[in-house]
Design a protein around this ligand. Structure first.
Ligand code: AMP
Length: 281
């Protein structure tokens, strides 16, 4: 597996691959890799001639400095996992190479910036949009793979790709879960043993909201918020939204199109967890 450390080396490699007529499947990550990330990589390998992953903890998308410094970093394990899964090349830039001088340009994705994740993590999606565009320019992929786990991020990436006419196909991949239902996440390793035992309650609440909602019990979100808060979670939001716009369903919306999801963000101990499930499976 090739390890490319600078944007210039990455771009040179990418242009060589593309000049040979091959497709590139790109999986951007922040490292501390788990099976969910590897599932994205496997999909990239299946779909494209060459799979490239990046491992970069992007400072511009962290609104909370402690969250940035405590974000898990396990680079040598990550490299082993990527190589074992058949990754062709990994892009491993330093912050100073990604942001050699202060960035003045900003991408505003409109309403998605100010609701749900955007509301609770001010500036987060501008940072995500910025780094995704920079990475796409450096890796030159034909396809880029993102997880449904970060549902609003997928909506933001699709919006940016559409608005800026970026020549890349966005591929959305399903959420991988632990056997107890907890969505796999790099942040799960920050939980204590008792926190880890409590954490699957998040997924259980999503399922209860789905069940209640489909039976016409629309206040199931407040019932489940109370259930979680009584267990020690601090819920930031729990709601049903359209996966593309993050608008709440209106009276004329049909749920059968699969586009509505139950979304949640909650703190457990000092760890912020997010998850979502489709309203109709
Ligand atoms: P991250 O390293 O957390 O920024 O995630 C990198 C990519 O992996 C994003 O597209 C995530 O949505 C995706 N991802 C994270 N967790 C999971 C999971 N449990 N299942 C599938 N994809 C995931």
């Amino acid at each position: 597996m090739k390890i490319l450390a600078t944007p210039a080396d990455m771009l040179h490699e990418a242009l060589t691959i593309r000049a040979s007529g091959k497709t590139i499947g790109f999986v951007p990550t922040m490292g501390a890799l788990h099976k969910g990330h590897i599932a994205l990589l496997k999909r990239a390998i299946q779909t494209c001639d060459v799979a490239v992953a990046s491992v970069f903890v992007n400072p511009t998308q962290f609104n909370n400095p402690t969250d940035y410094t405590t974000y898990p970093r396990t680079v040598s394990d990550d490299l082993l996992l990527l190589e074992d899964a058949g990754c062709y090349a990994v892009f491993l830039p330093e912050v100073v190479d990604m942001y050699p001088s202060p960035t003045c340009s900003a991408i505003d994705v409109g309403r998605l910036n100010s609701v749900y994740e955007g509301k609770h993590r001010p500036g987060h999606f501008s940072g995500v949009a910025l780094v995704v565009v920079k990475l796409l320019n450096m890796v030159q992929p034909t396809h880029a793979f993102f997880g449904t786990k970060d549902l609003q991020q997928v909506a933001v990436v699709r919006q940016v790709v559409h608005d800026l006419s970026l020549p890349v196909q966005v591929v959305e991949c399903p959420t991988l879960r632990e056997p107890d239902g907890l969505a796999m996440s790099s942040r799960n390793m920050l939980l204590s043993k008792s926190g880890r035992q409590l954490a699957p309650a998040l997924h259980a609440s999503l399922q209860s909201v789905r069940k209640g909602y489909l039976q016409g019990i629309l206040d199931q979100t407040s019932i489940e918020t109370t259930v979680l808060e009584n267990k020690g979670f601090k819920v930031e939001y729990l709601d049903v939204v359209h996966k593309g716009t993050f608008r709440k369903p209106g009276p004329h919306d049909s749920f059968t199109d699969g586009n509505f999801h139950v979304v949640i963000a909650a703190w457990l101990e000092q760890v912020r967890l997010i998850d979502n499930i489709p309203l109709i499976q």
